[in-house]
Each structure stands twice: as C-alpha cells, then as structure tokens.
Design a protein. Sequence first.
Length: 164
Amino acid sequence: MPNNETNLIDKMFEYNLWANTQLIELCSDLVEAQLAAEAAGVFGRIQPTLIHIVRAEGGYLNRVTGSRPFADDLDWDNMPMSNLLAKAQQSGEQLVAIASKTDPAIRHEIEIQGNPYHFHNWTVLLQALYHGIEHRTQIKFLLTQLGVSHPELAAWDYMGSLSG
C-alpha cells in the first residue's frame, strides 16, 4: 500500500505499481478474444504485453540487486491473470523498496552480441518507469480499439486514488 510520507523516487515507483495493478485488474475481466487483440504500432497482444511488463521488472530488479525476484521455471505463457497480478505486486513492491536506496552511480557491464555494454543503476530504474508507461499506454490504446473503458492512469489519477 502506498505510503504518503515517502520521497519522490518512492512515489514514482508506488505510482508504477498502482498503474500496473489497475490495468491488470481490469484486464482480468476480459475474454480471451479481447486479450488476443492486436493492432499495428503496439508491442503485441494485451496479455503478452502485461506479462512483458512484469517480467521486465524482474529483469530490472536483477540488474540492480543481482537477484532474480521470480523463479526461472515459471510458465508465463499460461499464467492466470490472478497470478500475474501477484507477480506484478511482488516486483512493484520490490522496486519501491529498493529504488530510493539504490546508488544511482553504480556502473554495470554486460556483453551484448560480443560487445561490452555499460549502464548505471539510474538508467535501469528510469527505464523501469518508462517501460511501464510505454506499454500501459499501448494496452490502453488496444482497449480503446475494443471499446473497453480503461482506468485513467495519469499521475493526477494516482493522487486522487490516495485520497479516496
């Protein structure tokens, strides 16, 4: 549950958690045909995109903390939406817990196609926020195309949810 006495970084990741759970809860009520809807210009179908958001959060956590939040043998493709919601809550809460405590200057190096790639913790955390917003927007576009009302997920809406 969001804490009203946190710093800016915590608030941003609390918002991210809230927005993910709002969208997954709404999509839990969709039928298979709706979850399978596609459109040009978006990442993909609704359910795989939601899975992608949550799995990516696990990857961001692994990059920053060095530990994986999810078991390697999860069957993501057949995961019920209720389990996906639980995984989103898990990764979202872990991001909230570590974000403001993470040294932004720590530098990492990985190899991509045989070439070294360098990045800092601040880049990973910023990407976690951006990535979620980008894909939630794509899902909202698909929902609009389907005629499904979706939650408003702006910062103002998050703020309003805290007072209600």
